[in-house]
Unconditional design. Structure first.
Ligand SMILES: Nc1ncnc2c1ncn2[C@@H]1O[C@H](COP(=O)(O)OP(=O)(O)O)[C@@H](O)[C@H]1O
Ligand SMILES: [Mg+2]
Lengths: 437, 269
């Protein structure tokens, strides 16, 4: 019997017991669908992160906190694992401000080119000088010229300039009455709230002129923030403290520092620098690590999906074993007859293995089809909801080699599941099989 | 026609002192189904193996048909010692040289008649075109070419057994083994099946070995081999005097030997 005949026969044997085969295929489908979909999400997220990280250039600078180890994780992971921590009056605070002395320590580290404290900025509103319209705005200080943002127009803010500069988050140009092009070079106002020592004083807001130098595309980097340069950040801070007598102003301190590493440092050297900083009580992260951290939520989902898929496949394998044992039982006489007619043990084994592999194939084929449908629906929903602000992020993306790999893997699992029943069929004695009642 | 005047035909089957003991494992009950059976069958013969139920007919047939291995003894098929063949060669002999007709039909009921008949060719790896042609020829031989496209389950018992004969024929075997081929059929259809088998023997020269407990069918064979309790007690091809009673005394005539199986046979009639 040649291979084509074996496949044909195996296939018609599957058809002989449609309901049973369909149920087994259904079980495989559930597992394969989950895993295929998950690999699609994984691929979509990874290619987005890759494109974002490639866009931001990433490795040239580090964001540094003065904090206990693991703090970044805790801040992103919610509660952490231990629940509330008991208060200890003698413990050092988990996060401390970075002082000018700290900056000196950072600068002294081998491989560090520069270290600056990054002022925290906030504005009550952003205001157009032509239309006088005001909008809420979320601001961030531009950390380093090494951060390559995905720009719609213009350039990134220049931290060496003494002129206050801003780049706008997407949609702001239009809201302020300009286009992405015409807003370049325009001066707009940021409303800065003045701090006061008097507790009941009414809030006073003063405008600060900043020049728009660019407009950013939507991205996971920045996440809807507008970025100002150092000059603007410092001016805002000075303005907000302008009503406070000099002796009451807080000394220079920063929430985090930006460290630029030596130009062209490779991953290993950067890791070395990070390790040194950790020893000195700092936590340093690259932009890629930050983006990766935001995306780690998808990893968690992926893990759950994969576990679910694996369990489903395990159940499906048991289904395959069961289906084939039943088939061997039912076809005992047929097996005996074919052996009497000279069909070899190896071919009998192949015949049943082919059945198992076909079950795996059909299960994963249906899995692919349904996953394709789910991709369309899932991406649509995602783009209209939680990915609305991240164009270019396709949640579920399939790539052919990966899916082919999954299908082959499932067919292999099916083959393994079928091996036991197939072996039993192959080992049957033709006479016992023919006499079998 | 006298056998002595013909040049002896070559032996298809040469069985020497076959013993079959059932119960492989130690704790199994041992049962000796064949006791040192020797049997030579020449090409073109028609041989009936007769005996009561449980006398070991099927066991003997299965052993001769290479479906089961004897516990002791030697078996030659077309001059080749079977015990020495590798499984590939053995499968080849089964596929090319042997045809089977069983009391139960062993057909794939939901498949077409043609596909059922083609099964041995499929196993042999014959091309689709060729196997269709050969299978149709075989169906024509048994007079069922118009049923080729029917489902096997839609046929009558007699038709099913003819399909089985066509399937046994399709590889142009040198021997056809038939185990109680008419056991499930009424006497008229049974007679038709017998005729088909004997025609094959006469016209195509296929060696025919029929296992039966029915004296009437046995009579239609040129040669009868009588089996009792796993031993050959008579073989019409040989001189009667060759056969002796169990205890080695006295000689029996064929008639006397037949009477040993008589009670059961009478009852069956
Ligand atoms: N697989 C087996 N295991 C044990 N005993 C068996 C087996 N097959 C047949 N027998 C016994 O061997 C004897 C001969 O059986 P069989 O050859 O089928 O007889 P027949 O075909 O003449 O009716 C019977 O007593 C039967 O019970
Ligand atoms: Mg029998």
């Amino acid at each position: 019997m040649n291979i084509l005949d074996i496949l044909r026969m195996a296939s018609s044997n599957l058809f002989r017991n449609k309901v049973r085969s369909l149920l087994t295929i259904l079980a495989i489908f559930i597992g394969s669908f989950t895993i295929i979909l998950n690999s699609g999400i994984n691929y979509g997220v990874n290619s987005y992160v890759d494109s974002q990280v490639a866009n931001v250039g990433g490795e040239g600078y580090l964001e540094v906190l003065k904090a206990e180890e693991g703090l970044f994780d805790i801040s992103f992971g919610g509660m952490g694992s231990g629940g509330p921590t008991e208060f200890d009056p003698n413990a050092t605070p988990r996060i401390q401000a970075i002082t000018n002395d700290d900056l000196k320590v950072l600068r002294s580290i081998d491989g560090v080119e520069s270290a600056i404290g990054l002022p925290m900025v906030s504005a009550k509103y952003i205001e157009s000088q032509t239309s006088r319209k005001q909008f809420e705005v979320s601001l961030q200080t531009f950390p380093s010229s090494r951060l390559l943002l995905d720009m719609a127009t213009g350039r990134t803010p220049d931290n060496n300039s003494s002129q206050p500069e801003i780049i706008l988050a997407p949609d702001f140009a239009e809201a302020l009455g300009y286009t992405d092009q015409s807003v370049l070079g325009q001066t707009i106002d940021l409303g800065v709230a003045l701090q006061s020592l008097a507790p009941d004083a009414p809030e006073v807001i003063k405008n600060l002129d900043v020049t728009v130098v660019g407009v950013q595309n939507r991205s996971v980097v920045g996440m809807g923030n507008s970025w100002v340069n150092l000059a603007a950040a410092n001016a805002m801070q000075a303005l907000s403290l302008s009503e406070i007598p000099a002796e009451f102003r807080p000394s220079d301190s920063f929430f985090f520092a930006i460290v630029e590493v030596r130009e062209g440092a490779n991953d290993e050297e950067i890791a070395q620098i990070q390790a040194t900083m950790r020893d000195k009580g700092f936590q340093a992260m690259t932009i890629a690590e930050q983006v990766g951290m935001i995306m780690s939520i998808f990893d968690a989902i992926g893990m759950v999906l994969n576990i679910f898929g694996a369990i489903a496949l395990l159940a499906a394998s048991i289904g395959i074993i069961n289906t084939l044992f039943m088939a061997v039982q039912e076809r005992t006489k047929e097996i005996g007859l074919m052996k009497a007619m000279g069909l070899s043990n190896g071919k009998i084994f192949l015949l049943f293995s082919a059945e198992a592999i076909m079950l795996g194939f059909w299960g994963s084929a249906v899995g692919i089809l349904v996953a394709l449908v789910a991709r369309g629906i899932g991406n649509n929903i995602a783009n209209q909801t939680f990915l609305q602000d991240l164009p270019g992020f396709t949640l579920i993306e399939f790539n052919a080699p990966q899916i082919a790999g999954i299908v082959l893997l499932i067919m292999f699992i099916a083959f393994c599941a079928g091996a036991l029943p197939a072996r039993r069929a192959a080992r049957q004695n033709p006479i016992d099989a023919l006499r079998y009642e | 026609m006298s056998e002595a005047n013909k040049t002896p035909a070559p032996l298809v089957i040469d069985a020497r002192h076959l013993t079959k003991i059932y119960g492989k494992k130690k704790r199994d009950q041992k049962f000796t189904a064949l006791k040192s059976v020797s049997l030579q069958i020449a090409r073109g013969e028609s041989v009936a193996i007769i005996g009561k139920s449980g006398s070991g007919k099927s066991t003997l047939m299965h052993t001769l048909a290479l479906l089961d291995r004897p516990t002791k003894g030697e078996l030659y098929f077309n001059g080749e010692r079977i015990g020495k063949l590798n499984s590939r060669h053995l499968n080849r002999v089964r596929n090319r040289e042997l045809g089977f007709v069983f009391q139960q039909f062993f057909m794939n009921a939901n498949d077409t008649v043609l596909n059922n008949v083609m099964l041995p060719l499929r196993i042999a790896g014959t091309s689709l075109f060729k196997r269709k042609k050969i299978a149709m020829d075989a169906l024509r031989t048994v007079g069922l070419e118009d049923k080729a496209k029917n489902k096997a389950k839609d046929l009558s018992g007699g038709q099913k057994q003819r399909v089985c004969i066509a399937r046994a024929l399709v590889n142009s075997p040198s021997v056809i083994f038939a185990d109680e081929p008419t056991g499930n059929l009424d006497s008229t259809t049974g007679a038709m099946i017998e005729k088909t088998l004997f025609d094959l023997n006469k016209e195509k020269g296929i060696t025919l070995i029929v296992v039966t407990h029915d004296e009437d069918i046995a009579k239609k064979c040129k040669r009868q081999v009588y089996l009792k309790d796993g031993e050959i007690i008579a073989d019409t091809k040989k001189e009667v005097k060759l056969f002796v009673d169990k205890d080695g005394k006295g000689r029996a005539t064929v008639k006397e030997l037949k009477s040993l199986t008589e009670p059961k046979l009478k009852g069956a009639k």
